[in-house]
Design a protein around this ligand. Structure first.
Ligand code: LMR
Length: 393
């Protein structure tokens, strides 16, 4: 049996981690995988996370199972963080194995309800969205999103494509900090999009992996809140990996908003069932860290303050990079870097230019020229800017 297996295509983002490790050059720069690094190149454990872990260690008296849907405090606190309130009459929630687990369970839920469900994804999107859809055998269509000329959103094209989605189709949207491009809709554009979705009867499915990394914790949730208030049914997959820095704990949540109580009940039961079929009870440690922080005013304030420092640090790096490139290139064609939000920006370089950055300058980014801003610091920004100009980008 095992010898009948075929090799699977390696994940392009994760492959870079190994390639980078194997590179022995001094001064190499890793702008690949979406993991936050401080100016010293360390992915720190946040202060509030350490404090919460200590509190859990001191007070936890059992490791017995929680519930199939996960700890209720975590789910309620996350729903409040994302939605700004707890719409208990409409909302079903599920602890998941990271944000990716929430995406997978959302698609499983949609498939349970509608086995042939059609999914619309942005072109481009996080490569693992496509990989999961292909693996599950779900039909999908890409809608136009990125304008390679402006490096912004081609909103007219996006609207035209999304208007073609059918009733009951899923439209996968990045709630903030679009991965991989860094280009995002304005709130007024989200409003227009909500109208198009209302008209078509397609169901928005929001991937919210970077809340707090763009314009602020509430600002980054504004689009999700708008969609949740306007549309009868919404799926939301939120990750705690980045904003709580608990990547390896695999902590995330799936939220399903229903338009009536009976559908909410059905969704809640089906979601718990899906966890049981996949891994039974969801992991608890990360969820408990998050609920400990969010339900304690001091810990929450400290966490928010540290998250703000992280966000502002990334914004400062964006400004610095855009300004270095303005000086070196004598043009404003890289100003989009300062306007993008979140961890990533798509440079718009060719695969050959990305390869040249790697071979000539030991600078690693994803092949589509997505760079992780958080992989930089004040000293490496000028190095990157020079290499970008030298590579003819
Ligand atoms: C990324 O896009 O780099 C992150 O979401 C990490 C991952 O799992 O791909």
């Amino acid at each position: 049996m095992l010898s009948d297996l075929k090799p699977q295509a390696p994940d392009k983002i994760l492959m870079l981690i190994e390639e980078f490790k194997a590179d022995s050059r001094q001064g190499k720069i890793d702008l690949g995988v979406g993991v936050y690094k401080n100016p010293e190149g360390v992915t720190p454990v946040m202060r509030a996370v350490k404090a919460a872990e200590q509190r859990i260690w001191q007070t936890q008296t059992t490791k017995a199972y929680t519930s199939l849907a996960g700890e209720a405090d975590f789910r309620d606190a996350m729903a409040r963080m994302v939605l700004g309130e707890l719409p208990a009459d409409r909302l079903a929630t599920l602890s998941s194995v990271g944000g990716t687990g929430a995406i997978r369970q959302a698609l499983e839920l949609a498939r349970l309800a509608n086995p042939g469900v059609h999914v619309h994804v942005s072109d481009p999107t996080w490569p693992n969205h496509l990989s999961i859809l292909k693996f599950m055998g779900l039909p999908f269509t890409e809608y136009r999103y990125f304008d390679p000329e402006t490096r912004g959103v081609d909103f007219e094209a996006m609207k035209a494509d999304i208007a073609k989605a059918g009733r009951g189709d899923l439209v996968l949207l990045h709630g903030c900090c679009h991965n991989p491009t860094g280009a995002n809709l304005t709130l007024a554009q989200w409003e227009e999009l909500a109208q198009i979705l209302e008209k078509s009867g397609a169901i928005p499915f929001i991937d919210l992996a970077y809340q707090g990394f763009g314009d602020g914790l509430d600002e980054d949730a504004a689009a999700t809140r708008l969609i949740a208030a306007r549309l009868p049914e919404v799926l939301i997959a939120a990750s705690c990996s980045k904003n709580f820095g608990i990547y390896r704990e695999r902590t995330g949540i799936l939220m399903a908003l229903a338009d009536n109580g009976a559908a909410r009940e059905m969704a809640q039961g089906s979601m718990a069932f899906l966890n049981r079929q996949t891994f039974s009870f969801p992991p608890d440690h990360g969820a408990r860290i998050v609920s400990t922080i969010l339900t304690d005013a001091d810990l929450a304030a400290d966490w928010r303050a540290e998250l703000e420092d992280v966000r502002k640090g990334m914004l400062a790096l964006r400004e610095q990079l855009a300004s270095e490139l303005r000086n070196l290139s004598g043009s404003d064609r890289f100003d989009f870097i300062a306007h993008h939000r979140g961890m990533f920006s798509r440079l718009g370089a060719t695969p050959e230019q990305v390869q040249k950055l790697k071979s000539d300058s030991a600078i690693y980014m994803v092949g589509d020229s997505r760079l992780n801003i958080a992989g930089l610091n004040r000293d490496t920004v000028p190095v990157l800017a020079r290499a970008i100009v030298e590579a003819g980008i």
